[in-house]
Design a protein around this ligand. Structure first.
Ligand code: DO4
Ligand code: MG
Length: 288
């Protein structure tokens, strides 16, 4: 059974439906198969079994160009792990004098850094604008693999996340981390949830980012997801320690791609983040 991709979408009406990728340009509408919410798949005992058992012959097949994709999150809280790649540790130690040892220590510590990123309603959909704070002077996207965890803490899939960050605010004082990380439009997810891949298959992937400014590339970078220092299971199990998530959770796994120090995002930039087995998450930038 190979992994399958699902999404949230609207077509003619306002009701959000669940789609199953048919090919790169089409999806099947899962409404007639009795699936009206992501949780019907993600919280089942065998998410991939549910999807592969669907007879898609009888389902409406829609062109992706005719639908609007929504962020693939319902009532899950969104959390994020940090300093999981060597590149992230080095960049953060450089941006801050007195916080440098904190980043250095957490990279090697048994307990990972995990922070709250937002609630589902605040997550930006594919194609919608992500935000840079008007009181920040150094804003960057953070391209990250996002784990999809069900209410029992099982990793049932993954998607692409953008952990938008204000590096000058974080660098001034680590206690400002929530302000650097949580503000309007500071997290994007999508376009698909890849259900049921093995950790090894995901770690073999490259995550790429391209930032386009006025029609031209302003920054491009990539890294292997295999460079994440901790196992996915380790990250997920720390999130679920002494904490329950009745609707499951999304856990971003940290960034390994950091633009050079002179680079800051500008309004109207376009950010594209790609993980080939998942898809491409595209968002323009606005000042918030
Ligand atoms: O410690 C600050 C945040 C780290 C982070 O978001 C990352 O490494 O991706
Ligand atoms: Mg991050």
């Amino acid at each position: 059974m190979t992994a399958m991709r699902i999404c949230r979408f609207t077509s003619t009406g306002e009701t959000v439906r669940i789609g199953l990728a048919a090919d790169d340009a089409h999806l099947f509408d899962l409404t007639a198969a009795g699936i009206g919410r992501l949780s019907a798949v993600l919280d089942s005992d065998h998410p991939l079994g549910v999807l592969s058992g669907i007879d898609t012959q009888s389902l409406p097949r829609l062109a992706l160009s005719d639908v609007v994709l929504h962020a693939p999150v319902e009532r899950q809280e969104v959390w994020a792990a940090g300093v999981t790649y060597l590149r992230s540790k080095t960049a953060r130690m450089e941006e801050s004098d007195f916080s440098a040892t904190a980043y250095d220590r957490v990279y090697d510590a048994e307990r990972p850094e995990i922070f709250f990123k937002g609630i589902a309603e605040k997550v930006v959909a594919p194609g919608a604008a992500v935000g840079i704070r008007r009181d920040a002077s150094w804003s960057v996207p953070e391209p990250e693999l996002a784990l999809v965890l069900n209410s029992r803490g099982a990793i049932v899939g993954c998607t692409i996340g953008n952990d938008m960050s204000s590096r000058d605010i974080e660098g001034e004082n680590l206690l400002y981390l929530p302000q650097a990380k949580i503000y309007d439009r500071s997290c994007a997810l999508g376009p698909w949830i890849l259900v049921g891949p093995s950790e090894a298959d995901v770690r073999a992937q490259t995550i790429r980012i391209l930032i386009v400014r006025k029609g031209r590339p302003a920054f491009a970078g990539e890294t292997s997801i295999g460079n994440i220092k901790r196992s996915f299971r380790d990250l997920a199990s720390y999130l679920f320690r002494s904490q329950t998530f009745p609707y499951g959770a999304i856990l971003l796994t940290g960034t390994g791609v950091v633009p050079p120090d002179g680079f800051t995002l500008e309004e109207e930039d376009l950010i594209e983040i790609e993980v080939p087995i998942i898809g491409v998450l595209r968002n323009p930038v606005v000042i918030v």
